[in-house]
Ligand binder design. Structure first.
Ligand code: PBG
Length: 326
């Protein structure tokens, strides 16, 4: 009449639950995406991402130091330029906002954290696409690769430790690796956005970078319906020399994350994107959910599904919560 097995025994006290917890996100696994906008003298809020700002070059340096002090694993930098053109010239200009910000941050924090940079043209092109366009308006894969090669060398020269190619062009990892090696940057690593879906969850990010995109990215980013295709993308990126691979967005794609993690032998990252963040902040602002518990529950789930590294706008706050043993 009594159950022979009682799983509840191991849930009885906080101490027992702590002892048997299988997954514990750690500050060192969290990476903070940061935005720096050309021409700002102080940071500026992003309305759809409460708590996230567009930094000035100065406020970025200070925030980078705070992030290091919080013990997080790395920073991922995005630049917002004042002027944009057809080919995204500001992305390859050594004095362009992103390249300048990389060297600011590296000179401020050195090797105390991992400085990563987004390697994509969309913030720098007048049309907002992740590549250069043909006369008919379609994105020209191979012409774009030449731009990525130059951009990669500029970011490596600025001192980035890790580059994050996020444009979803075919062959981008191989081309960037070759360009980096030729230029002598054999130690600059790549975190490949191997699996990047054409997602509506990027909405608030578009405000953060003042995106000019009309239409969508469905001819280069992946169809949310597909898992098999994701595995093919990952295999290609690893074969082309990716040091780490990423799945993005995170929470709606935990099955993909889990399959990728079970398959590759390089570190796997997940990007909890702007829309994921904004939904939680909006619900919490309405008093509908317990904000801190939801943040940590989501990070735990992303970790449990197989992400060893998590890019999250909550990185610094989550590190503090985790430290308090939340
Ligand atoms: C492209 C890029 C995007 C994001 C990161 N890198 C936008 C896009 O592909 O449209 C989205 C990140 C987020 O939503 O938080 N440079």
């Amino acid at each position: 009449m009594f159950p022979a097995v009682r799983p509840r025994r191991l849930r009885r006290t906080p101490a027992i639950r702590r002892l048997v917890a299988e997954t514990r996100p750690a500050p060192a696994e969290l990476v903070l995406p940061m935005f720096v906008r050309e021409g700002l003298t102080e940071s500026r809020p992003i309305s759809s991402l409460p708590g996230v700002v567009q930094h000035s070059r100065d406020s970025l340096r200070k925030a980078a130091v705070e992030a290091v002090q919080a013990g997080i694993g790395g920073l991922m930098l995005f630049g917002v330029p004042l002027t944009r053109d057809e080919v995204g010239s500001a992305g390859t200009d050594p004095d362009g906002i992103l390249n300048a910000a990389i060297s600011d941050v590296v000179s401020e924090v050195g090797d105390a954290t991992v400085v990563m940079s987004d390697l994509c043209l969309d913030e720098f092109t007048s049309h907002g696409h992740c590549g250069v366009l043909r006369p008919d308006g379609s994105v020209d894969n191979d012409a774009t690769l030449r731009r990525y090669a130059d951009m990669a060398v500029a970011q490596a020269a600025a001192g980035a430790h890790v580059l994050g190619p996020s444009g979803m062009m075919d062959g981008q990892i191989g081309v960037v690796r070759e360009a980096l090696d030729k230029a002598g940057y054999t130690d600059t690593a790549m975190l490949a956005y191997a699996v990047k879906y054409a997602s509506a969850f990027y909405g608030p990010f578009r405000e953060a970078v003042e995106s000019t995109l009309q239409g969508d990215r469905k001819t280069y980013q992946q169809d949310p319906a597909n898992l098999r295709e994701a595995m093919r993308e990952v295999a290609l990126d690893v074969a082309e020399g990716a040091d780490m691979v990423m799945v993005k967005p995170a929470l709606p794609y935990l099955d993909v994350l889990s399959s990728v993690a079970a398959t590759v032998d390089v570190p796997v990252a997940a990007y909890q994107v702007s829309g994921e963040y904004a939904m939680v902040e909006a619900a919490a602002a309405n008093g509908w959910i317990d904000r801190e518990r939801v943040i940590l529950e989501q990070l735990t789930s992303i970790r449990r599904a197989g992400a060893q590294i998590i890019l999250t706008y909550w990185a610094v706050e989550a590190a503090q919560l985790l430290r308090q043993g939340y």
